[in-house]
Design a protein around this ligand. Sequence first.
Ligand SMILES: Cc1cc2nc3c(=O)[nH]c(=O)nc-3n(C[C@H](O)[C@H](O)[C@H](O)COP(=O)(O)OP(=O)(O)OC[C@H]3O[C@@H](n4cnc5c(N)ncnc54)[C@H](O)[C@@H]3O)c2cc1C
Length: 372
Amino acid sequence: MRWGIVGAGTGGLASALLLARQGHEVTLFERVAEPTAVGAGLLLQPTGLAVLRRLGLLQRVLAHGSRVDRLWGLTAGGRMVLDLAYADLRPDLFGLGINRGALFSALWDAVCAEPTINRRVGVDVRTLREDDDSATIEGEAFDRVVIASGARTPMRPPKARATPYPWGALWFVAKADPMPGVLYQRYRDTRKMIGLLPSGDGTVSVFWSLRADALEAWKAAGLSTWKDEMATLMPEVPLGDLREPEQVIFAPYFDVVAPAWHTKRMVWLGDAAHAMSPQLGQGANLALQDAAALADCADLADYSQRRRAQVGFYSMASRALTPFFQSSLPILAPPRDLVAGPLNAWGWYRRQMLASLAGIKTGLFSEMPLPG
Ligand SMILES: Cc1cc2nc3c(=O)[nH]c(=O)nc-3n(C[C@H](O)[C@H](O)[C@H](O)COP(=O)(O)OP(=O)(O)OC[C@H]3O[C@@H](n4cnc5c(N)ncnc54)[C@H](O)[C@@H]3O)c2cc1C
């Protein structure tokens, strides 16, 4: 079968590899002429790592990432809000912090080594059509088309609702890792949050919560004001390498919800299908699992059906949880901080949180098996 794929991000690259290895003829369209990943680190969960293992890329990402064993979040005053260790779910489990560039290179190099994948870089896809016989990308006909063009794409599934979230995050990468093995966060009510994600090759990704409409004020205040604010909330933050505002990237969040992710010949995956706030650290993992499910499904309706429960859970959970960590509702912080300790000590609840973190939840009371 001839497949056309729009977007060479995590989901598009993984799909291209899986489909090509099943013997399909794949053409991958990417608007960037010399593709590379920008941005800081992200956290791969056991679910995403399982797909990378299937792709034969696990050893490579492990070599360039940092193992994350624990998620630890404290208030500014030092009160525990989150303390989750993967090993409490299963002793051999862990997450992997990795710079986007390292994940992208692993996938891209594998795509370049696959002779049956045609790469069309520097093509900004604007026109998609479908009829009974084929689907077309910029006039070129395919049997099936995958749309994996990310959170900001205007090419959405039918009846999708896409809402920009008022908050996003500033990110930079520091050449230090003051808390090896720990994704460490500090919160000042719901309006300030700083985090350190170990992200491989001796680096840590530092993220800082910011309202999208406060970006200009942040720029005007200058770097040293921000550095003081970060160091006050988290004294361990490594700021030695941070000299220019150009080292810092602002990433906005989007919330995309759709009743299904396919039409007769087109299918959506990753952020184009179901972007969500990254509070639960699942977006890239869901994109990888979308790609695996698509390769395993007999038809596109099957794919939508198979992805519904897990994606639905994380979409709902990230919408419910994000206001407690990133919002203009500081009134939510005292109840959050009050219940965190007792809830964390309650075995059933703790297990639900760990399963949510590991990426295996498919509903409030259901989950898929942990990857082997
Ligand atoms: C601040 C922040 C932190 C995050 N942290 C985590 C985390 O810890 N763990 C996690 O799993 N996820 C995290 N995510 C989410 C994760 O980054 C995304 O879910 C994931 O990258 C989505 O992959 P994708 O393949 O769908 O899209 P992308 O990786 O965005 O790729 C889309 C590709 O499509 C291309 N494209 C777009 N339009 C066109 C066009 N018209 N024509 C051709 N090509 C086009 C783009 O250039 C790009 O290459 C985070 C996100 C943010 C914003």
